[in-house]
Design a binder for this molecule. Structure first.
Ligand SMILES: NC(=O)c1ccc[n+]([C@@H]2O[C@H](COP(=O)([O-])OP(=O)(O)OC[C@H]3O[C@@H](n4cnc5c(N)ncnc54)[C@H](OP(=O)(O)O)[C@@H]3O)[C@@H](O)[C@H]2O)c1
Length: 317
């Protein structure tokens, strides 16, 4: 099939684009051309690269037509962040494609209520990113269910892979937290460390897109959590990482208002965003309808990423 992927050189595309090429598909990747995938792969030589800035072309109202003119059968949209951007591409592609796969997020749930959360739970998203993603998801599913537009929405958790720092057990991205743990030094967690995070390996996100595309008759009009089999509490995550480095856990705890003063403003903002959501999502629907079978647990995904950080001297072991 002729597949256009928008934003295919990042976390997800690093795995998904080679998978699509190896599956015998013709792949066109639309990006600004500013970065390379995290891992090299011979398949990239067979990919047609189109340079375009979606934000600028959305503002000019031309991005949808650009994608339509590439004459895709399938479009995988990894970088849509506003309702307006989504509406533009849907209008341009209506009646022209056989499948449209949008990358959403578990942030579209808002805070956790009953866990593990299922896709059909009532949503209470907060923050501009989560609200916009929820609006895009709702609009796409409603378009699909009314019979007009063949959309599927995949909802990843915290994406992890070799080449970049994973969300750490303190709920932010500063990789020195892993160095502290590797050295057996104390790590302070907010509250009682019972709030949760839900990672997923980028290769498993790619797998979910691929399977949703292959099982289009079960996936059109549906949304799927795309996470590892189980979320982790910050405490459980930290203890497992001390154990992985062969060190006894050295955890301390502070109430949020005191804890936030022990880190930078940026770290506190990232941690707040993660613990306020405390995601814990079920993958049962994705298992059942598209045969999603993640290869990585949260810890396996993180440990592969941290091994890369050690090899590249970002984390000192
Ligand atoms: N990261 C997470 O933990 C996470 C969690 C849940 C959901 N998500 C969702 O995952 C999606 C992002 O996927 P990802 O993490 O694989 O992406 P990513 O690693 O951030 O890569 C972004 C890709 O889009 C291209 N790009 C960025 N800005 C562009 C623009 N203005 N015009 C054209 N191309 C542009 C980049 O290439 P150039 O820079 O060369 O243009 C690159 O190929 C989003 O929909 C996000 O909501 C992410």
């Amino acid at each position: 099939m002729r597949i256009v992927i928008i934003g295919g050189s990042g976390h997800i595309g690093t795995y998904l684009v080679p998978m699509l090429v190896e599956g015998g598909h013709e792949v066109i990747n639309v990006t600004r051309g500013q970065r390379d995938p995290y891992l090299p792969h011979a398949a990239w030589r067979q990919v047609q690269q189109i340079a375009a800035d979606r934000e600028a072309e959305d503002a000019a109202g031309t991005f949808g037509a650009r994608i339509r003119d590439l004459e895709p059968e399938v479009v995988i949209d990894l970088i849509c962040f506003t309702e307006d951007s989504s509406r533009q591409i849907v209008e341009a592609l209506r009646g022209r494609i056989s499948h449209f796969l949008h990358c959403g997020t578990i942030w579209a749930h808002g805070h956790s209520t009953r866990t593990p959360a299922t896709e059909d739970q009532a949503r209470q998203p907060f923050g501009d990113y989560g609200i916009q993603k929820w609006k895009i998801e709702s609009a796409l599913l409603s378009e699909a269910r009314r019979g007009g537009f063949p959309a599927t929405v995949l909802m990843p958790g915290h994406i992890v892979g070799p080449g970049y720092a994973p969300l750490n057990p303190a709920g932010h991205f500063t990789p020195t937290v892993f160095t502290q743990i590797a050295r057996g030094e104390a790590l302070c967690l907010p509250n009682l460390g019972q709030e949760t995070v839900h990672h997923v390996h980028a290769a498993d996100v790619a797998q979910a897109f691929y399977r949703a595309m292959a099982r289009w008759s079960s996936s059109i009009g549906e949304n799927f959590h795309t996470v590892s089999p189980a979320a982790l509490s910050l405490r459980g995550y930290a203890e497992a990482m001390y154990d992985w480095f062969g060190k006894p856990p050295a955890l301390t705890y502070l109430p949020w208002e005191d804890w936030r003063k022990t880190v930078t403003e940026q770290e506190a903002a990232a941690t707040w965003d993660h613990i306020a959501h405390s995601p814990c999502a079920s993958i049962e629907k994705a298992r059942r309808l598209i045969g999603y079978a993640p290869r990585y647990s949260s810890l396996e995904a993180v440990q592969e990423a941290v091994s890369w950080l050690i090899d590249h001297s970002v984390v000192q072991n």
